[in-house]
Design a protein around this ligand. Sequence first.
Ligand code: ACM
Length: 491
Amino acid sequence: MIPIANSVAILQGSFDCSSHLTITCSQEAFWEAKKLAVALEQKLGLPFAVKIAEVLTGGIHLEVQQLEHPEGYELEIRASGVSLIGSLAGLFYAGQTLLQRLNGSRLEAVKIVDSPRFTWRGSHLDVSRHFMPFAFLKKFVDLLAKHKMNILHLHLTDDQGWRLEIKKYPRLTEIGAWRKKTLVGHGLSEPKQFNNTPHGGFYTRTEMLELVAYAAERHIAIVPEIEMPGHATAALAAYPEFGNTGIAPEVCPYWGVIETVFSPEEKTFTFLEDVLGEVLEIFPSQYIHIGGDECPKKEWQESAVAQAIMQENHLEDEEALQSYFVGRINTFLQSKGRKMIGWDEILEGGLTKGATVMSWRGEAGGIIAAKAGHDVVMTPGTHVYFDHYQTKQPELEPLAIGGCTTLEKVYGYEPIPAELNALEAKHVLGSQSQLWSEYIPTPEDVERMAFPRLCALSEVLWSDPTTRDYKNFLERLEPHLKALDVQYHGK
Ligand code: ACM
């Protein structure tokens, strides 16, 4: 099993699913039972039915029960029947465990009591640098669900492409979703070379609503990211009036930290609030990600308008202006009942009330934020950036951005820094992998970079740290990857 369960007691005998094709459940558990029936049907090629019945009738039975942990579950497999209990999410995870334990149509008798260590167990996926087909997003959600992960953080906008249809501002996708060419080779090599292949694409509202529903069925929240005030070139190519120079940039064909940023004017806030308003209609996620990273201050320093806004608002420097910018957006999101999350640069110039921090430049930002009583998601580049090389022989791997984050390093990651006391540690919600796609151009590349590292991360985030044993993990990983291969690639 991956992630490994916290308590597994081996019992006598086994249960044969093929001799009990009716799954029973309580009324509330019906949809979870139905999902399990469909999955079993797909796996075993047998017609499973679901029936609402209050008592265990010798087959598989699901029952909603409040356990100590809201995402926890109990799975008891005996020759005489199988029982799954938990919340709806818990039942889903119990089902994932059951499916992983299937050996043909047989399940070894066992009693499992299990619950996750962290509430934020996810992956980020950058669809701006390279657009990923909609069908792949669903497959990726499936893969996350199989690892009991519950967050897909979609990086929807950046300098190189705007990927979400916004009704009020159609040029965001008409213009902002397309670039004329793309950098070839590594971004640090000079002179820069480009292909001449246009690249782009975007997701419609309808598609994203479908993805949100698809993910919700698998107890996964889609956390959308709309980048501001930096990483805004694609948006400003479409609507230069919300920039500082009045000059329309091109959708950026290369990677890096770009000086083109949003202006801090009222009309820009109106635009961003309109955009976020539509984002909130599509994504019910409690958290909305506003980026906030890598915002060069040059344009604000050179803009008389930005300088006047700083004066009016008694802002000492451009860092304070960034904090003012983020604070305005935070107030807007809070007024709509949502929580703002951003990369750790939102600490610059003072962290706005109620904001959650994603600590990517190491853990220092996360430690400061947690000590100040803010929630944090630990995403340090050293351990969970899956755009890094994954072996000690990077020259044998396809081109990547750099770094070296091996499977073993991911497996050894501890999201709670030793500097935090028990109370502060409660602010660490969890972690997620980062899949920045500058050098990850296709779905196949995403899979190659995500796996098997994501398997290791799922265990870091779900399982009790006392179960952590790398050798044992590797032994479980081999059949686990084989099963994924059979399911997705038919081999
Ligand atoms: C980041 O990697 N710029 C958050």
